[in-house]
Design a protein around this ligand. Structure first.
Ligand code: GDP
Length: 310
């Protein structure tokens, strides 16, 4: 049966380089109620020199935060999906946005929305992802949050956003101070409004864990010890470490493989799990031929790959 995974949120982050994404994500992780120092040691969500030079993110990276809401005691896993910000990576933008059910636009309160974010924003609107706008760095002396908010609204209109999208929620934040607020006149005391916005405004993922397996690979990472790692969202089914799977190549070829290990994202790193289910984002180790655009299916009777299944 198609189920709603209310314990997961998959959110794409759209931001210009230097607008404070890494600092904000770090604050979210530290204030999640489940922070362990080991979660930040692995791979920081940091930009490489080419990304800085071009003002865009080139390689999509994932970070996961287990957030325990102090009001309800409920824990939700929030997968934050970084988006490559440029038309040169159009195909990747499409696939990465396909993993998300909502998005953030993070904008520096002094610099305002930068042209490099237009392309990916437009794609996000086409994918029906409703944005949450975070005006960040409000502690800056030269912050002009209200004017930047007007600019963002005008930009959304220009990009053809519908009325519902134009009614976007807005949060004002200082990632560096670890605070956020819904109202500029009431200074924040924690980063909680960002978590509240995710839980309230990003739809929980749908999927059927009992249907045949469908993982669409949206990114490839490399590790010198384990080789290729395929990253993607499970749209349906359940995937187990050590199981046999069929990789349906983008060109239609079917390749049988043994999956060594399923990992999920954990803080800035990843951790091994025995299995994962529809709705989650996984990293798959041991599939030597796996590539972006492939679909990982059950070993027996793999379905014809038909895109996202949404
Ligand atoms: P990213 O490139 O978007 O990941 O940005 P970073 O998080 O690396 O931040 C870029 C720069 O902005 C760094 O020098 C940060 O110290 C600074 N920065 C980040 N958040 C804030 C903030 O809330 N206020 C101010 N004033 N500076 C910030």
């Amino acid at each position: 049966m198609n189920q709603v995974r209310n314990d997961i949120r998959n959110v794409a982050i759209i931001a210009h380089v230097d607008h404070g994404k890494t600092t904000l994500v770090d604050a979210l992780l530290r204030q999640s109620g489940n922070f362990r120092e080991s979660q930040v040691q692995d791979t920081m969500l940091d930009s490489n020199p080419l990304e800085r030079e071009r003002g865009i993110t080139i390689l999509a990276k994932n970070v996961a935060i287990n957030y325990t809401d102090p009001d309800t005691g409920t824990t939700t896993k929030i997968n934050l999906i970084d988006t490559p910000g440029h038309a040169d990576f159009g195909g990747e933008v499409e696939r990465v946005l396909g993993m998300a059910d909502g998005c953030f636009l993070l904008v520096d309160a002094a610099e305002g929305a930068m042209p490099q974010t237009r392309f990916v924003l437009k794609k996000a609107f086409q994918h029906q992802l409703r944005p949450i706008v975070i005006i960040n760095k409000i502690d800056r002396q030269d912050a002009r949050a209200n004017a930047v908010l007007d600019e963002v609204f005008d930009l959304f209109v220009e990009l053809g956003a519908d009325d519902e999208t134009l009614d976007f929620p807005v949060i004002y934040a200082s990632g560096r101070s670890g605070i956020a607020t819904w109202n500029l006149d009431q200074p924040g005391t924690s980063i909680k409004p960002v978590f509240d916005a995710i839980l309230r405004h990003v739809p929980a993922p749908h999927g059927d864990p009992d249907r045949s397996l469908q993982v669409q690979i949206t990114n490839i990472q490399y590790n010198e010890y384990v080789g290729r790692i395929g990253v993607g969202r499970i749209y349906n089914g359940r995937i187990k470490s050590g199981s046999q799977v069929t990789v349906a190549k983008r060109g239609g070829e079917l390749v049988k493989s043994r999956l060594q290990q399923v990992q999920v994202f954990d803080g800035f790193g990843r951790k091994n799990v025995d299995s994962a289910e529809a709705g989650d984002i996984v990293a798959l180790i041991g599939l030597e031929t796996v590539d972006i655009g492939d679909t990982v299916c059950d070993f027996q009777n793999p379905p014809t790959p038909t895109g996202t299944g949404n």
